[in-house]
Design a protein around this ligand. Structure first.
Ligand code: NAG
Ligand code: NAG
Ligand code: NAG
Length: 344
């Protein structure tokens, strides 16, 4: 509450009545108040709207190949992990669908083959184990999405997502201690799973360096960067940008947002404090201005299905429009308020 109040005091753009509403709101309600609504909202740990009471994700069990949906404990609440624990008792379960809570049906399912072929028949990527990333959120058990290498989710047929040079914002909460190389991405990618050239992607990349045109920042990593295709940027230029710090909080908030010839990287400890801007400036080169975003969505692999990365995802969303820093301050405060913790 103290953190929330200090964020409220910072607000000059919102009148008193709406500030009170924002203080009570979940992340996607907050983006909505900012006139940059979520057009994709994904989480295995909680509802991202106050009113959302639909499915968060679907699991499939090995014993009989049956599936079930994991729902929140109530409207706007955290996941009811008991549904999964009962359904998956004495067998193993994978996560098969991460539902889009935004109403745009931008659900994420097993990523299909692209330039890189996945390990399964037909070239699909692996599915994540449903039990590999248990945590506590708001005092209750929930499960994150544990992405091992060769694991990925995707939706090529989307609605509402930015295309070409349209503005968008992306945020995610991840495990800052679980990372690898290319490419643990979340965001806007090619619709045909191939590398269609510079500017055809706009995603949050989280990880270390290594590989084709993967940048770096200060220290030894990991870093929040943006994979914009054929370039993973930690700042304006290819390679090392010292303003992008190593960030490895157990729970890390990561943000990338972009509009015509302008984009930014921001990050924070998801358990306390506020966001810091690591880059805010022009696009890397004319190859990225204008952008050629295609509006498909990926989680865990690159736009062409490059599948060597790894990480753990808890929640995230993509917006229509470029969110203000002020609105993102409320988003961060709401995340902190969820009190993410490790489970013993
Ligand atoms: C879960 O995914 C793994 C690959 O990561 C696979 O070997 C296993 O068969 C899958 N299990 C189910 C129940 O789909
Ligand atoms: C957090 O826990 C409190 C106390 O149990 C509960 O009233 C509240 O609805 C919970 N919030 C969410 C988002 O689940
Ligand atoms: C959580 O799921 C369990 C198992 O399905 C169910 O018995 C319980 O009522 C659910 N809790 C809530 C608050 O819906």
């Amino acid at each position: 509450m103290i953190i929330m109040l200090s964020v409220l005091r910072l607000s000059v753009a919102l009148c008193l009545a709406s500030t009170a509403m924002v203080a009570e709101a979940a992340v996607c309600d907050i983006y909505g108040y900012g006139k940059t609504p979520c057009v994709a909202a994904h989480s295995t740990t909680r509802a991202l709207y106050d009113a959302y009471n639909g499915p968060l994700y679907q699991v499939k069990r090995a014993y009989d190949s049956a599936t079930t949906d994991i729902k929140p404990l109530g409207p706007g609440r955290t996941a009811n992990a008991t549904i999964q624990d009962i359904f998956c008792a004495y067998t193993t379960c994978n996560i098969t669908i991460i539902y889009d809570q935004s109403g745009h049906s931008n659900h994420l399912t097993q990523a299909p083959p692209g330039k890189t072929q996945g390990p399964n028949p037909g070239g699909y990527d692996n599915l994540a184990s449903a039990t590999a990333a248990p945590i506590i959120i708001n005092g209750t058990k929930a499960y994150g999405l544990y992405i091992a290498p060769k694991t990925g989710y995707r939706q090529d047929k989307t609605s509402g997502i930015a295309t070409y040079d349209q503005p968008e914002g992306i945020y995610e909460v991840i495990d800052g201690t679980h990372y690898g190389g290319c490419c643990f991405d979340y965001g806007n990618v090619e619709g045909n799973n191939m590398d269609n050239g510079e500017g055809h992607m706009e995603t949050i990349y989280f990880g270390g360096t290594g590989g084709f045109n993967v940048g770096s920042g200060a220290g030894s990593g990991p870093w929040i960067m943006s994979d914009m295709e054929n370039g993973i940027f930690s700042g304006q230029n290819y390679g090392m940008n010292a303003n992008d710090p190593t960030i490895n909080y157990r729970f890390t908030t990561a943000i990338v947002k972009g509009e015509p010839n302008h984009w930014a990287i921001r990050g924070a400890n998801a358990q306390s404090g506020s966001l810091t801007t690591f880059y805010d400036g022009v696009r890397p080169s004319s190859n990225y201005n204008p952008m050629r975003k295609e509006g498909a969505i990926v989680l865990g692999v690159g736009g062409d299905n490059t599948d060597g990365g790894e990480g753990t995802f808890y929640e995230g969303a993509m917006t229509s429009g470029y969110p203000s820093d002020n609105i993102e301050a409320y988003v961060q405060a709401n995340i902190v308020n969820m009190n993410y913790k490790t489970s013993s």
